[in-house]
Write a protein that binds this ligand. Structure first.
Ligand SMILES: *[C@@H]1O[C@H](CO)[C@@H](O)[C@H](O)[C@H]1NC(C)=O
Length: 378
């Protein structure tokens, strides 16, 4: 048998990689695998590490209380209550004397009592993004950024959604919403914190926008995300297909999980705008880094537009808003730029920094400041 020529080998390698690629893409049309690809929840990035021992990620003994939450549909979610450092210092001796590890009843822990019994305590509900667990990557440093601007007052509670980390169940758009609402209700009922002292932090922004969100590196919706998302900047998941819009549209028919952030955000703003003045306000900050290669920052441009468009009955076109932004944009040099848009019921801010990648940004002072501002304006 003749040995294949170099050309033949190249052609076969090419055909081989195309069919591998199409094989991979067609796997993505199976809902279960699609969920895996979108949420990347099986990629824990904390293999062999136990999320009930937060000291592994640099926290002080009993600064973090690991506990569990029960959802109404029977799932068990793992959660962390992170004490702000100044408050920790004030109660250090008592905290050190408590047992450590997961608590059977959070209400018995000193940390929780410090949250519930302080009428000025502030609470960040923290929803992490795709992949990993409570302890992955830049999340631990970003919990510390939550209270950096007010180390006596700002508590953080973070959860692993169902299907992530040690939480039970499987991921689904509806399930994740249930989880988010479970945490929000826990905060209001068990911890007795009113919505005016709660800020939601999400990466990317999900759909539990009832209580006034702050968003970091959000995506517009899964359709645009699949066209632009790159895993760690190396593997352009559906990028080649993005050049064939009909094929991409065809594939989108199979995408069950759509996460239409832009629509959910617009609906949220629209609803608040129609409530009586004293009932509700929103302060939304969308933060994105220009060098984010996982989710391009232009997603935030579109999200900001949808948000602003929803503030008035007549709406605004993308180009009109761009023109307005040219005039109101605050240039921050190497720090990037920001635009702040006030409306009847709140404010929407788009802050684009030059440096911060996708995850690192969450631990930056720009985030600490946005959290503090959201509380002050709440
Ligand atoms: C902008 O708002 C208007 C008025 O509410 C609405 O009709 C339109 O669909 C919105 N545009 C987009 C792109 O959502």
């Amino acid at each position: 048998m003749a040995r294949p020529s170099a050309l033949q080998a190249t052609v076969w390698a090419f055909v081989g990689s195309i069919s591998l690629y199409l094989g991979f893409v067609s796997l993505l049309t199976i809902p279960f695998l699609q969920n895996q690809a979108i949420y990347l929840n099986s990629v824990t990035l904390t293999w062999f590490q136990d999320v009930t021992i937060p000291e592994q990620w640099g926290f002080l003994r009993n600064q973090v209380t690991p506990f569990t939450l029960q959802t109404p549909d029977g799932e068990t979610l793992h959660a962390w209550h992170i004490l702000p450092i100044g408050l920790y210092q004030k109660h250090e001796q008592q905290l050190l004397a408590e047992p450590s590890g997961i608590v059977p009843d959070i209400a018995q822990s000193l940390g929780f009592q410090l949250l519930r019994d302080d009428p000025d305590a502030l609470l960040v509900l923290y929803f992490h993004g795709a992949a990993g667990t409570l302890g992955s990557g830049w999340r631990p440093p970003s919990y510390r950024a939550m209270h950096a601007a007010s180390p006596d007052k700002i508590h953080t509670v973070a959860i692993d959604y169902r299907g992530f980390g040690s939480s039970t169940g499987f991921t689904s758009e509806e399930g994740l919403l249930t989880d988010a609402i479970t945490l929000a209700e826990w905060a209001m009922k068990e911890a007795q914190i009113p919505p005016s002292r709660i800020v939601i932090f999400g990466q990317p922004a999900h759909a539990f926008l009832r209580y006034g969100p702050g968003l970091v590196a959000p995506f517009v919706d899964v359709e645009l995300l699949t066209a632009t998302y790159r895993i760690a900047g190396m593997i352009p998941v559906l990028d080649p297909l993005a050049h064939f819009p009909p094929l991409l549209r065809f594939l989108h028919n199979f995408i069950v999980t759509k996460w239409p952030s832009k629509i959910k955000l617009a609906q949220f703003i629209n609803r608040v705008e129609q409530l009586p003045a004293e009932e509700s306000r929103y302060h939304i900050t969308i933060i994105h880094a220009e060098d984010d290669y996982d989710i391009p920052w232009t997603h935030s441009e579109e999200l900001f537009w949808h948000a602003v468009n929803a503030t008035s009955p007549e709406g605004i076109t993308y180009d009109e808003l761009e023109k307005e932004k040219e005039e109101t944009r605050l240039q921050l040099g190497a720090g990037g730029w920001l635009v702040n848009r006030e409306s009847k019921k709140g404010s929407i801010r788009e802050q684009i920094v030059k440096h911060g990648l996708h995850d690192k940004l969450m631990s930056y002072p720009v985030v600490s400041l946005a959290i503090l501002r959201a509380f002050q304006r709440g």
